[in-house]
Design a protein around this ligand. Structure first.
Ligand SMILES: N=C(N)NCCCC[C@H](N)C(=O)O
Ligand SMILES: O=C(O)CCC(=O)C(=O)O
Ligand SMILES: [Fe+2]
Length: 344
C-alpha cells in the first residue's frame, strides 16, 4: 500500500503540557486536552510522532533553548568534530564491558538481529553508585566516557540530558492522560522516582551504494525515545501498520518521539513499540542523538492495574509477563555487543 507518511506521522506542539507541567489539574485545561487527544491518536496509529515547542515555558528548565535552538547546532557540530577525529583518538574512550558498556564503538560493532550495523557511536547511561543495582547492575557500572576533544562536549551534552529528562517526563504526563489515567501513572512509587536513561550519539557514514543498513529493525527498550536527527538527511524509517517502511522526514526544530517496550507493557499493549531502522542513503555523514527515557532500572514492569481495567485483554490477544527493566536492557546489551572482546 502506498502511504504518505507525512500525514501518518503527526506533528504535536506540546507547549501546553510544558506550561501546565506542575498543575495536577492540567487535564481540565482545554489546550492540554487537545494535545492529549493528539497524543492518543499518534500513539495508537504509529507509535511515532514529531514534537515541537512553540511557546517558551517556565517549569525549571531553560526552555529558552527551545527544541532545535542554537543548542542543537552546537551538539551536532561537536558530534561531527568527534567522529572526524582519527580512529586512535576515538579509541581512547573505547567501549568495554569493564567500563560498563559505556564509550565509543567502532562502525559495525553494534549488532541488530545478529547483523552488523553501519554506525559508530558513543553510548552513555545514567551513572549510579557501585552496588546500587546488585549483580545485574554491575554490568553497567562506571562513569560515562567523554573525549578530551571537543572540550565543551561533555558539559553541553550533560545539559542536553537534563533537557531531555524534563521533556520526556512532560510528554509522558500527556501520554498517561491519553491512556485515561492521572498525569502520573508513569511516575512515583512504581518508578521509585528514579528513572533510568540511555543516550546514544550516533554517526552514520555517507555512502555511495544503496541500502546499507545503518541500524537494523528494532524496537526501543524503555518508555519513550527522543530522536534528534540532522535536518537535511532522511534516514530513519518506521514500519507502518500496513507493514511498509516509511521515511521519517526531518522537520527542523522538532524531535521525533517514539514508544518503547516498557510503555507497551505498562499500557497493557494499548500502545505498541514500533519497529524502526536506519538507512542513510545520503553521500554525507549523518549524526543523530537518541535519548531513551526509561523506568527505574529495578522496576518490575507489567500492565498497570488501571489499564488492565480500562482495556481488558480480549480473547487470545497479548498477555504480558512481568519483566524487570534492567534484565531486559542487559539482555539486549549482550546480544548487541556479542563481538565486544576485551583488549581487542
Ligand atoms: N537503547 C536503545 N534503544 N538502543 C537501540 C539500539 C538498537 C539496536 C540494537 N543493536 C538492538 O539490537 O537492539
Ligand atoms: O538514527 C536514528 O534516527 C535512530 C536510531 C535508533 O533508532 C536507536 O538508536 O535506537
Ligand atoms: Fe531505535
Amino acid at each position: 500500500m502506498a502511504t504518505n507518511f507525512k500525514s501518518l506521522l503527526p506533528v504535536i506542539d506540546i507547549s501546553p503540557l510544558v506550561v501546565k507541567c506542575d498543575d495536577s489539574n492540567m487535564a481540565e485545561d482545554a489546550d492540554v486536552a487537545k494535545v492529549v487527544r493528539k497524543l492518543d491518536k499518534a500513539c495508537r496509529d504509529a507509535g511515532f510522532f514529531y514534537v515541537g515547542l512553540i511557546l517558551v515555558g517556565e517549569c525549571g528548565t531553560d526552555w529558552s533553548w527551545n527544541i532545535g535552538g542554537s543548542y542543537k547546532e552546537g551538539e551536532s557540530d561537536m558530534s561531527n568534530q568527534f567522529f572526524e577525529l582519527p580512529y586512535e583518538e576515538k579509541l581512547k574512550i573505547k567501549i568495554r564491558p569493564a567500563a560498563g558498556y559505556r564509550g565509543y564503538q567502532r562502525m559495525g560493532l553494534n549488532l541488530t538481529s545478529g547483523k552488523q550495523d553501519m554506525h559508530e557511536a558513543i553510548d552513555c547511561y545514567k551513572e549510579f553508585n557501585e552496588g546500587k543495582y546488585g549483580n545485574l547492575g554491575k554490568v553497567l557500572e562506571g562513569p560515562n566516557q567523554w573525549p578530551e576533544n571537543p572540550q565543551e562536549y561533555k558539559e553541553l551534552m550533560e545539559e542536553y540530558i537534563k533537557l531531555c529528562i524534563d521533556l520526556s517526563r512532560n510528554i509522558l504526563r500527556g501520554i498517561s492522560l491519553a491512556l485515561g489515567g492521572s498525569p502520573y501513572e508513569f511516575e512515583g512509587k512504581m518508578m521509585r522516582d528514579d528513572p533510568f536513561w540511555i543516550m546514544r550519539i550516533l554517526g552514520y557514514p555517507g555512502v555511495n551504494q544503496e541500502n546499507v543498513i545503518g541500524c537494523g529493525a528494532h524496537t526501543d527498550y524503555g518508555l519513550l525515545s527522543l530522536i534528534n536527527q540532522d535536518d537535511d538527511k532522511t534516514a530513519l524509517q518506521v514500519r507502518d501498520l500496513a507493514g511498509d517502511w516509511t521515511p521519517v522526514i526531518p522537520i527542523p526544530g522538532s524531535f521525533v518521539c517514539n514508544i518503547g517496550d516498557m510503555l507497551k507493557f505498562l499500557s497493557n499493549g494499548v500502545y505498541e513499540s514500533t519497529l524502526h531502522r536506519v538507512i542513510n542513503n545520503s553521500p554525507r555523514y549523518r549524526v543523530c542523538v537518541g535519548f531513551f527515557y526509561e523506568t527505574n532500572f529495578n522496576a518490575v514492569v507489567e500492565p498497570l492495574d488501571i489499564f488492565k481495567e480500562k482495556y481488558p485483554v480480549k480473547g487470545t490477544s497479548q498477555v504480558f509477563k512481568r519483566i524487570v527493566y534492567g534484565e531486559h536492557l542487559v539482555h539486549k546489551l549482550q546480544t548487541t555487543f556479542t563481538n565486544l572482546v576485551e583488549h581487542s
